[in-house]
Design a protein around this ligand. Structure first.
Ligand SMILES: O=C(O)CCC(=O)C(=O)O
Length: 248
């Protein structure tokens, strides 16, 4: 099923693929990967558990830390870490990507195969992601409306996966004042910002506590996969290879 928002939201078409559609996963489906694409229930419970285990290992190696806003140094309510050759971070010095964890000084752990396979399945992009931002939202955490624009090539989509409690995701157009609408992102849901929606403003209004049993401690984990450098640079960086999807 493919639907579009009303004309007032025209900068963000919404594509809601039906998993039973004959288009799903084919090259025709890839051609439709333009706009805000929602895949509710993309990961089933077993895949969520596998992914959570892998993410916990990454967090053991690269602990969650509290990012700070540029200039003011005000702490964000979300805690973060990364995996991949590059990781996104923010502190008084500004938003940026860097190859090492800001507290341990060690390189970020590699992006696990399960996420590389999800990217290969969802992104319809010929190059692998270089960064996976891992956000942990406690019950009171939120993320203000923003654009993902610290990357060099906006031709690559942004793919995000949610685990744990439902988050109220708000998305608008490519200008800050554009109309917005919100969606509930539940555990296992995937979202992609591609093409005309790649620079859409988006954020998390709040977490709806107690909506998932996946994380015993409660809260929500969001994983955001991005290409960071231009394709030629990405090829040189030797970022991981794309492997066909199979959660078996
Ligand atoms: O948590 C989410 O679903 C959105 C995360 C996000 O917008 C970001 O990391 O830039």
């Amino acid at each position: 099923m493919i639907s579009a928002w009303s004309s007032s939201d025209a900068t963000c078409s919404t594509v809601l693929p039906d998993r039973t559609s004959p288009l799903a996963g084919t090259s025709a489906d890839r051609a439709e990967r333009n706009g805000l694409i929602l895949r509710p229930g993309y990961l089933d419970r077993a895949a969520q558990e596998v992914l959570l285990g892998v993410i916990r290992e990454i967090i053991r190696e690269a602990p969650l830390y509290t990012p700070r806003m540029p200039k003011t140094g005000k702490p964000m309510s979300v805690r973060m870490t990364n995996c991949g050759p590059l990781g996104w971070m923010t502190d008084e010095a500004g938003y940026r990507y860097q190859p090492t964890h800001p507290e341990t000084g060690r390189p970020w752990p590699p992006i696990p195969d399960i996420l590389m396979r999800a990217w290969a399945d969802l992104a319809g992009h010929p190059h692998p992601p270089e960064a996976c931002l891992i956000n942990y939202y406690g019950a009171e955490a939120r993320m203000g409306l923003h654009q993902d624009r610290d990357e060099q090539d906006f031709g690559a989509p942004v793919v995000s996966l949610s685990l744990g409690d439902t988050g109220l995701f708000r998305v608008g157009g490519t200008r800050r004042g554009d109309p917005t609408r919100s969606f509930r992102l539940a555990s296992g849901d995937a979202v992609m910002l591609a093409g005309s929606a790649r620079l859409a403003f988006h954020g998390i209004d709040r977490i709806i506590a107690g909506t998932s049993t996946l994380l015993p401690e409660g809260g929500r984990i969001n994983l955001t996969l991005r290409c960071v450098t231009r394709v030629a640079d990405a090829a040189r960086s030797g970022a991981g290879k794309v492997i066909p999807l199979s959660f078996g």
